[in-house]
Write a protein that binds this ligand. Structure first.
Ligand code: MUC
Ligand code: MG
Length: 386
């Protein structure tokens, strides 16, 4: 029996390198909830729960996640055996409904600790790796076509990314498609261009928009309509205009199963937090594989800890036809890991040390944590607003 002696949750605010414009919010900073599980054998497991735009994207906010873990998860964790992660997760599932992001952070920390204890990488616990590096795209979301083209050209030139996701859905369809078309025209065959509508369209708009996007050379459309309109996703897929990917609608294996049965998506964006943890994300993968649905490794724009946890999961996928979007740390002005993740030649290298294979930069965390006395106020320059 290895007891968890202390459960630590830390809110950390990190500015983004530029405003990140999505249909439902514009991000000027990212807020992380970092979790540390201190175990009685001296091992400390780390995890991260991060979401986009407070409560704009998901049903859990960083502050709510901290409150849930401190108040409701902690007593269960403190009574559990850290060397039995699955037992602790089952106990949490018995007493706590939902709270997928918080559960993912805890499972990450438990697996990190177990990996450190056994001298084994988290990906090995998950079945072993099919790859050591992951293709990684970049999201162009400055809100300005010329800026996006310049950003993409720079990424291609330094061989960091050659696939790009464009955030659309805020403007009229014709304007969005003109934006996508201009970027595709500028980049040509050097890049794959995909779009994420983040549920902003109704079904009629989506059908029209998808036809227009196909005409300008877009390769994939992500969650064009509400997560609740599964029959609509089914009809849009059946129209066969352009491959369609489910994201917000996939909140774990049950949703994945329903989408697979309905034939409601060509591709699943697998996200460890939305799925409810690393093991649940593996179940989503298994359902996709069984149903012949293609896979893509998604992100909630986590910093280093959540990004690496996702990377360990995606590294175990036998097929990963659409690559990943594990670029979260690159969108932030501050690095929270002692050794930054390695990006280059269009891929992210998956760390191979025990557990997650990463170490937090304690000085940066101490400086950036919201409750630090010396914490600088992160103000949004007026010029960046709106
Ligand atoms: C989303 O909806 O996929 C992922 C990349 C990005 O820029 O935003 C996220 C969220
Ligand atoms: Mg998405």
């Amino acid at each position: 029996m290895i007891a968890v002696e202390k459960v630590e949750t830390i809110i950390v605010d990190v500015p983004t390198i530029r405003p990140h414009v999505l249909a439902m919010t514009t991000m000027y900073r990212q807020t992380l909830c970092i979790v540390r599980l201190h175990c009685c054998d001296g091992v400390v497991g780390i995890g991260e729960a991060t979401t986009i735009g407070g409560l704009a994207y998901g049903e859990e906010s960083p502050e709510g996640i901290k409150l849930a873990i401190d108040t409701y998860f902690s007593p269960i964790l403190l009574a559990g055996d850290a060397s039995r992660p699955a037992m602790i997760m089952a106990a949490l599932d018995t007493s706590i409904v939902g709270n997928h992001f918080a559960k993912c952070a805890i499972e990450t920390a438990l697996l990190d600790a177990q990996g450190k204890r056994c001298g084994m990488a988290v990906s090995e616990f998950l079945g072993g790796r099919a790859r050591d590096s992951l293709p990684v795209l970049w999201t162009l979301a400055s809100g300005n076509t010329a800026k996006d083209i310049a950003e993409a050209e720079a990424m291609i030139a330094c061989r960091r990314h050659n696939a790009f996701k464009l955030k659309i859905g805020k403007r009229p369809v014709a304007d969005d498609v003109a934006h996508v078309g201009a970027i595709k025209k500028a980049l040509g065959d050097k890049a794959s261009i995909r779009v994420d509508v983040n549920m902003a369209w109704d079904e009629t708009t989506a059908l029209k928009g998808m036809k227009m996007l196909a005409d300008v050379g877009c390769d994939l459309v992500e969650q064009p309509i509400s997560r609740n309109n599964r029959a609509g996703m089914e009809r849009l897929r059946a129209a066969g205009v352009i491959p369609i990917m489910a994201d917000e609608a996939l909140r774990g294996p049950v949703d994945a199963y329903d989408h697979a049965v309905r034939g409601a998506a060509d591709v699943f964006a697998v996200k460890i937090e939305q799925s409810g943890g690393l093991i649940a994300a593996k179940a989503v993968q298994a359902i996709a594989d069984a149903a012949g649905v293609a896979l893509y490794g998604g992100t909630m724009l986590e910093a280093g800890v959540g990004t690496v946890a996702s990377a360990h999961v995606f590294a175990t996928f036998g097929t990963l036809s659409f690559g990943t979007e594990l670029f979260g740390p690159l969108l932030l002005t501050e690095e929270i890991l002692e050794t930054p993740l390695t990006y280059g030649d269009f891929v992210l290298q998956v760390p191979s040390g025990p557990g997650l294979g990463i170490t937090l930069d304690e000085d940066r965390i101490a400086f950036l944590r919201r409750d630090a006395l010396s914490r600088p106020t992160i103000s949004i320059p007026a010029a960046q607003k709106g």
